[in-house]
Design a protein around this ligand. Structure first.
Ligand SMILES: [Fe+2]
Length: 260
């Protein structure tokens, strides 16, 4: 399959760019309309752009007619509430698919490892067009929370942990990298997630913001990593067994993993 992909993602599958001065802006996300979507209780979403402009967050391919994660339609009620977030999403200039604010409740490292997943952004995406990647703009100040990225789901040696202070901006090939957020604390975290089509507009936006593709992860006790990894692997195995027993291979009939 051949798509336009940006070379800057080759090395690690993610790019961190200059932080945005988030704390100078009003907290628009506090007034947005959030919808429950296949949530196990730890996440909710407020759509700014959805498949057809409705207040919902389902995958674009689950609509009639189905579409790939491009050409999102703005959700008027929420973009009226959050003009700055909308402007920031549009500023990139690339084709936008889904665009939404996530609310994530506090969790543990083991929860996050269990939640690691890859996205299906490019389902129905026509070959010869741009590969879809996702940006994550952290809105709340969560310097102790981490975007956890892994090339290999079960292998902690492939793990990168990106701290999420207010204004952190990370663009991730979420179909390549397993990802989830570890969010300790006692308040929910809010983040703007946008799907973009790779192409010259996204390339220009990234390249003018001092992109970094390799970081040293903040230190973590190896025992805590091993413990979290084992707990997640055991839960994953139990889930697979339950699914096999119920004769279902459908993700939709099972617990849905938490987005990042
Ligand atoms: Fe995801």
């Amino acid at each position: 399959m051949s798509y336009t992909q940006l070379p800057i993602f080759d090395q690690s599958g993610f790019v961190i760019v200059d932080s945005y001065e988030q704390e100078a802006d009003p907290r628009e996300w506090e007034n947005l309309v959030f919808v429950d979507w296949k949530s196990s209780g730890d996440t909710r979403f407020a759509p700014l752009a959805s498949a057809y402009g409705d207040m919902e967050c389902d995958g674009f391919w689950n609509h009639t007619p189905p579409k790939t994660d491009k050409d999102g339609v703005w959700v008027q009620q929420n973009i009226d509430i959050a003009p700055i977030l909308t402007r920031r999403a549009r500023e990139v200039g690339a084709n936008i698919g889904r665009c939404r604010v996530i609310e994530l409740q506090p969790n543990t490292y083991a929860d996050a490892i269990y939640n690691l997943h890859r996205d299906d952004n490019n389902r129905l995406n026509p070959e010869g067009t741009g590969w879809i990647v996702r940006s994550f703009y952290n809105l709340t100040d969560n310097p102790d929370s981490m975007m956890i990225l892994r090339e290999d789901l079960d292998d902690p040696s492939t793990e990168v942990r990106v701290p999420l202070p207010a204004g952190a901006q990370v663009v991730i090939d979420t179909q390549r990298l397993y990802h989830a957020v570890w969010h300790p604390g006692d308040q929910p975290r809010y983040c703007l997630i946008t799907s973009y089509e790779s192409g010259p507009e996204l390339d220009a936006w990234i390249s003018t913001r001092n992109p970094v593709t390799v970081i040293e992860s903040p230190f973590m006790d190896p025992a805590e990593i091993a413990q979290g990894n084992e707990s997640a692997m055991n839960k994953r195995a139990a889930r697979a067994a339950a699914r096999a027993e119920s004769g279902s291979d459908s993700e939709s009939s099972m617990e849905v993993l938490s987005e990042a």
